[in-house]
Design a protein around this ligand. Structure first.
Ligand SMILES: [Zn+2]
Length: 63
């Protein structure tokens, strides 16, 4: 079986993915509902993931 995100060989620890990053990318796709992602281009998905993680990790902004 190969990673559904990037097609690399699956790693047991991260099945069915090859890495935590690909698992995170899949989670981001799922959270965004899939259809909300403008394309299946991995770069777009990674950008969406990075934006999501930035938003999640950013501290609350003081006024
Ligand atoms: Zn992968």
């Amino acid at each position: 079986m190969s990673c559904p995100i990037c097609g690399k060989e699956t790693v047991q620890k991260y099945r069915p993915f090859c890495s935590k990053r690909c698992a995170d990318v899949d989670l981001a796709k799922w959270l965004k509902g899939g259809y909300a992602v403008p394309s299946q281009d991995p770069d777009d998905i990674e950008e969406a993931l990075d934006a999501m993680l930035d938003a999640a990790e950013a501290p609350p902004k003081p006024h």
